[in-house]
Design a protein around this ligand. Structure first.
Ligand code: GSH
Length: 214
């Protein structure tokens, strides 16, 4: 198998973290054409990375689908908890990342960083960030204490998205974006203490800094 990935992508980073954690023998390579070009679209019909190429040459797009597939085909070093309820809790963190934190907070900040003068007068984007971090604080409060369980796929799906937010927020004058959200801060400290998460985070942070030229 081969993973088409770019280091700056939080969606590709979550799959790379899983690959490291599960010690999978998967080649991680950049896409053969730049994103959003006709050549890229012809090769990858969904128009996004990451994409997992299987040994028969077929492909699977979408990070969460890839992660679930890898858990199914390589059950060793499982990153799925036992039981329906614990699995639902795992899904909740991944769904939070993809349906709340990404579209609600990360994408607005990301598009502002890239726009000239976009980090100024960003009150609305910062308020949206607070809404989403408050939501995560309440979600974590509702779920069983993460200190009492093992790291799972939901943590790995969320970690790079939150990491990206932590990278962008200081560009908007928010040096400690988790200051008001102690449970989110405690979850972050817990998840980044994992070696695979830390390795993926370091790769992504280096690439994002290069991407933004800082
Ligand atoms: N839902 C997709 C999102 C993937 C995604 O948005 N990838 C970005 C990189 S972070 C991308 O390929 N963007 C290229 C484009 O939009 O042209 C997933 O989870 O894999």
């Amino acid at each position: 198998m081969k993973l088409y990935s770019l280091d700056h992508s939080p969606y590709a980073t979550r799959v790379r973290m899983q690959i490291i954690k599960k010690e999978l023998d998967i080649a991680v390579v950049p896409p053969p054409a730049p994103l959003a070009t006709p050549q890229f679209m012809a090769r990858f019909p969904m128009g996004k990375i990451p994409v997992l190429e299987l040994d028969d040459g077929s492909q699977l797009p979408d990070s969460w689908v890839i992660m679930e597939y890898l858990e199914d085909v390589v059950p060793a070093i499982s990153l799925r908890p036992e039981g329906a309820r614990a699995n639902a809790h795992m899904q909740l963190l991944a769904r939070y990342a993809d349906t709340y934190l990404g579209p609600g907070a990360l994408f607005p900040l990301f598009s502002r960083v890239r726009a000239p003068g976009g980090t100024k007068d960003a009150g609305e984007a910062l308020a949206a960030l607070d809404d989403e971090l408050g939501r995560l604080q309440r979600l974590l409060d509702m779920l069983p204490d993460f200190h009492q369980r093992r790291l799972h796929l939901g943590d790995i799906a969320l970690a790079p998205c939150l990491d990206y937010v932590l990278l962008l927020a200081p560009m908007f004058g928010r040096d400690k974006p988790l200051g008001e959200y102690p449970l989110v801060g405690a979850w972050w400290d817990w998840v980044i203490a994992d070696d695979a998460v830390a390795a993926g985070s370091a790769q992504m942070r280096k690439a994002v800094k290069g991407f933004f030229g800082s």
